[in-house]
Design a protein around this ligand. Structure first.
Ligand code: PMT
Length: 219
């Protein structure tokens, strides 16, 4: 059952890290390579979807037929997604978005001193929560969860509190999962109370599994 094509579907995907500027030369970032999100974009475009990929700074080739929107910060990624909020059928948020950003960006390079340096950080906007709050009937919203403990309970909490339809859970406790690696190990947490656990696979094969589940949900 289910269809095998994303033909006619507009798919918004986020990928990669965000960089939160401290001063003109420094930033707060994370280890996301973008591989997971780019594999999703490639897979879904190949299956006929009209993919817009909102990507933080990564060094990966843009998959064929994919519209790329480059961003740096969490605020820019949030704006790029909200601009397209009314216009997607499926959104899949695989980016590792910074949760905090410097309260102020220094205009000049911060000089080092023996006194040390204290940065004040404030919360970034939560893109998954914003898209969830604005979700219209017929839109499908998929979030990721990168957890280190109480993985399933935390993922299910995210599913409910963010108004998502599915969470792709990956755990930093699995050696073949997470940042930068060519492989991932996921559990799909569904809104019908079910969970689907998969073996460790290449991120391309993981993208196929996620795409397959999404196709079942939209048909
Ligand atoms: O890029 P790779 O090297 O291939 O690695 C892939 C990955 C590990 C980055 C990916 O598989 C993954 O787990 N992405 C989500 C990482 C993350 O930030 O998880 P989280 O549990 O902190 O966030 C939960 C969800 O909220 C995610 O869908 C995230 O995109 C979203 N989020 C988080 C913060 C924020 N301000 N806005 C968001 O939309």
């Amino acid at each position: 059952n289910g269809q095998n094509s994303f033909s006619g579907k507009k798919v918004l995907i986020t990928a990669g890290p965000t960089y939160e500027a401290i001063d003109p030369v420094r930033f707060i970032g994370n280890h996301s390579s973008g591989k997971m999100g780019y594999a999703l974009a490639e897979t879904i475009a190949r299956k006929g979807g009209a993919v817009t990929l909102v990507s933080g700074p990564v060094s990966l080739a843009v998959p064929a037929g994919v519209e790329l929107v480059r961003v740096q910060s969490a605020a820019e990624m949030h704006d790029a997604c909200m601009k397209r909020q009314a216009d997607y059928d499926i959104a899949i948020l695989s980016a590792a978005v910074a949760d905090y950003t410097p309260e102020e960006v220094a205009a000049e390079k911060i000089k080092k001193s023996e006194a040390g340096l204290t940065l004040t950080l404030r919360k970034t906007p939560d893109i998954l929560a914003s898209l969830g709050a604005a979700k219209k009937k017929g839109q499908l919203l998929v979030g990721f969860a990168l957890e280190t403990n109480n993985e399933l309970a935390n993922a299910r909490k995210k599913l409910e509190s963010k108004n998502a339809d599915m969470i792709v859970l990956n755990s930093l406790n699995d050696s073949g999962a997470g940042f930068g690696k060519p492989t991932n190990k996921i559990t799909l947490v569904l809104d019908n109370g079910r969970e689907l656990a998969f073996e460790t696979k290449t991120k391309e094969a993981v993208a196929e599994d996620i795409a397959g589940q999404v196709l079942q949900m939209i048909s």
